[in-house]
Design a protein around this ligand. Structure first.
Ligand SMILES: [Zn+2]
Length: 75
């Protein structure tokens, strides 16, 4: 067991906190980017009637539920 003085112990806690905060920020930004990319794949806005809707299917071309105009899935 390594013996730490109080100041070394405090420094270690401060360093660990910085690492954890940085890691958490990195993970949450990664998750946010992922959610945004997923959102673009399922969310559509019709060019013609501006209806917004979500489609969770796999089709590349999705027709507008209001006017029937085809929208292309991005990504
Ligand atoms: Zn439409």
């Amino acid at each position: 067991m390594i013996e730490l003085s109080l100041s070394e112990y405090c420094l270690l806690i401060v360093c660990a906190t910085f690492v954890l905060v940085g890691l958490f920020g990195w993970i949450s930004s990664f998750a946010h980017r992922n959610a945004e990319r997923r959102g673009r794949k399922v969310r559509f806005v019709c060019d013609l009637c501006l209806t917004a809707w979500e489609d969770h299917g796999k089709e590349k071309i999705v027709p507008c539920p209001h006017c029937g105009r085809d929208s292309e899935r991005s990504g």
